[in-house]
Design a protein around this ligand. Structure first.
Ligand SMILES: C[S@@+](CC[C@H](N)C(=O)[O-])C[C@H]1O[C@@H](n2cnc3c(N)ncnc32)[C@H](O)[C@@H]1O
Length: 237
């Protein structure tokens, strides 16, 4: 399988694409996933709850987009949400302003985060890792930012496990979703890029192996909706 482990020049395309679809991003996320995406983010935060409960815990949500995962984290611990797409962040900021969650939003690159080493108990990246120029670079940056004993959570599309379901899902994901997504978002291509980028992304085992190679311990993953998405977690020893 080919993986987009290094993909120079991708960042500008990705930033422009999310800027274009930002106004319809949340609507399409919830509609095209039949609202399942909300459960996936809540599940992620539940699996982090023990760490988020530590006194003075701090979390960082990379590629925070419109801020849904940051807000879930920020309801439990002081949280920073970071993204490099200004129109997505403007939406995140207005949601943060309307909530009581403790979230600070900053603009920056997930591959060069302008924050010190070992500053966070939790670092998350939700549907972001696949979009980076370097998956390995993103995982290394997460490792750098975590305190010892801290936990990484990578929520991302993955590979459905059952063959029959995979066929059905592939039809929806490559034929139905792009038509609706492109039409509603007004983008000529963002929702074709989505299945293409998932195809190039490491599967469950390959991503777990990358995390172990970088130095994460206790690496494990949870298949969500039969493996349509997976939540990978690892600790910094
Ligand atoms: C699919 S959205 C996910 C947003 C959010 N985490 C969620 O769960 O809905 C991907 C986000 O990653 C951001 N992104 C991609 N590459 C990035 C990078 N190198 N640095 C910061 N943000 C990046 C995009 O701007 C976009 O907002």
């Amino acid at each position: 399988m080919e993986t987009n482990i290094n993909n120079p020049g991708k960042a500008a395309m990705v930033r422009a694409m999310f800027a274009e679809i930002a106004p319809r991003y949340d609507l399409l996320n919830h509609a095209l996933s039949f609202n399942v995406d909300r459960h996936w983010r809540k599940f992620t935060v539940r699996k982090l709850e023990d760490v988020l409960k530590r006194p003075g815990a701090r979390s960082l949500d990379l590629c925070c987009g419109t801020g849904d995962l940051s807000l879930e984290l920020g309801a439990r611990a002081e949280t920073i949400g970071l993204d490099f797409c200004h129109p997505m962040l403007k939406l995140a900021m207005s949601k943060v302003g309307a909530s009581i969650a403790s979230v600070e939003i900053i603009e920056g690159d997930a591959l060069r985060v302008p924050l010190p080493d070992a500053a966070f108990d939790v670092v998350t990246i939700g549907f972001g890792l696949r979009n980076l120029e370097s998956i390995d670079g993103g995982l290394r940056e997460i490792f750098r930012l975590l305190k010892r004993g801290g936990r990484a959570a990578v929520l991302e599309f993955s590979r459905p496990r059952a063959r029959a379901f995979r066929g059905l899902f592939d039809f929806y994901f490559t034929r139905v979703l792009p038509r609706i997504g492109n039409a509603v978002s007004g983008s000529g291509f963002a929702y074709d890029y989505l299945p293409d980028s998932v195809k190039d992304f490491p599967d469950q085992e390959a991503l777990a192996t990358m995390m172990r190679t970088i130095g994460f311990s206790n690496v494990r993953y949870y298949n969500l909706f039969g493996g349509v998405a997976a939540l990978h977690m690892g600790d910094k020893p």
